[in-house]
Design a protein. Structure first.
Length: 355
């Protein structure tokens, strides 16, 4: 059977757009993404670009346009455990960005040879040794066929749900609320509050706003978020006028078996495959690095097997993050680490007492 494309990529976030950029010279590619359709909101994100992601861009010979960055750039994370009195500061080298502009920039790098389809993928089935994808664009339905299927559609992935249903993955609801900013010295924080979530929360300042977000177990997530805001607001944060709120699913693998690279013609990239740090929920670098490995695998006779082998290294690194999570998320171990001040910045000049 003659397929319309060698591969179709569902999703053009950091994973899908990086894959399309890197593999376009070897494959006839189509990329489907629902972004831009009526009612589809940009992906909620903290918008911090980690050193690993910066390294990926450096390896790709890419330089970040300044329009992607926001103010301020912050060099430390203030770590707050709501059950402890003192925060700790740790040096970090993240870039503070506008996530929608970052994704837009990555998409702009996809070569013209790639067919870009603005639509929502609504169903996928196997057909003649390949795949048939159905999609809708503002009420209009259509379909295409491809030999390989690349799932780069993030948390809640339709590709994962269709072909890897048996391989569940721990899932949270991430909620972010944007407030008008009043602080003279904005800060970036990581917040732990065992009474409302076994994951973490964060605050970040961006161009005159402070966003406060966190990841919560799906059951009663909104109540948990409100409860946490109330305790955080008593001591550490001043929440002014609320401007907007956003929410989405986020995967947080609890074991290596939840990280799936693919099989039988299907490849999972980025968060869809579970490539996201379970300790920090940093996922942009994992999305881009997995796409780089997948594009390399397409030089091999069996790209799916090649990707599975190449992604073994990423899985190993995620295993180390899982081990790190035990120390970060076990309250008494975290307490020991924070009270010991290991790795934290000393003699820091802060305005903690004025909040
Ligand atoms: C609140 C929050 C804050 C975060 N903060 C950070 C951070 O500061 N730094 C960091 O590194 N990581 C952060 N992460 C994680 C990071 O955002 C993700 O891991 C990363 O975006 C994964 O990239 P991806 O390309 O795999 O998927 P995504 O970025 O989720 O992209 C998936 C794409 O697929 C499209 N899509 C999905 N379903 C369909 C469909 N059916 N049809 C068509 N298109 C579809 C979507 O429109 C989207 O464009 C955060 C996550 C959350 C939820």
């Amino acid at each position: 059977m003659m397929f319309d494309y060698d591969a179709v990529v569902v999703g053009s976030g950091p994973a899908g757009s990086s894959f399309a950029r890197l593999a376009a010279d070897r494959l006839r590619l189509a990329v489907i993404d629902k972004q831009g359709l009526a009612g589809v909101r940009p992906k909620p994100c903290g918008g911090l670009l980690s050193p690993d992601a910066q390294r990926f861009l450096a390896r790709s010979g890419l330089t970040l346009p300044k329009e992607v960055l926001v103010t301020p750039q912050i060099f430390a994370v203030k770590t707050i455990d709501l059950s402890l009195d003192s925060p700790r500061y740790y040096q970090r080298s993240y870039l503070n960005m506008d996530r929608a502009r970052f994704d837009g920039w990555l998409r702009s790098l996809i070569p013209d040879s790639v067919q870009r389809i603005q639509a929502r993928c609504t169903g996928i089935k196997r057909r003649d040794g390949g795949f048939e994808l159905s999609f809708t664009n503002n009420g209009r339905a259509d379909s295409i066929t491809a030999k390989y299927l690349i799932g780069a559609d993030g948390a809640g992935s339709i590709v994962r749900r269709t072909f890897f249903k048996e391989q569940g993955i721990r899932t949270y609801v991430a909620i972010q609320r944007w407030y008008r900013h009043d602080r003279i010295e904005p800060f970036y924080s990581c917040v732990f509050d065992r009474s409302s979530s076994d994951c973490c929360s964060w605050s970040i300042s961006k161009d005159g706003y402070m966003l406060y977000g966190g990841a919560f177990g799906p059951k009663g997530c909104r109540e948990s978020f409100e409860r946490q805001l109330e305790s955080a607001g008593k001591r550490w944060f001043r929440f002014l006028e609320q401007c907007r709120e956003e929410a989405c699913l986020v995967y947080r693998p609890a074991r290596l078996s939840e990280i799936v690279s693919g099989r039988d013609g299907v490849i999972l990239l980025g968060e869809a495959g579970g490539f996201i740090s379970p300790s920090s929920l940093e996922g942009i670098s994992w999305a881009m690095r997995s796409s780089e490995l997948a594009s390399r695998a397409f030089s091999e006779a069996d790209p799916v097997a090649g990707y599975r082998r190449l992604a073994g290294g990423l899985k190993f690194e995620l295993g180390l993050k899982l081990a790190k999570s035990v120390f970060m998320y076990t309250p008494f171990l975290r307490r020991i680490i924070m009270e010991s001040k290991i790795g934290s910045l000393k003699n820091i000049n802060t305005n903690d007492e004025r909040i």
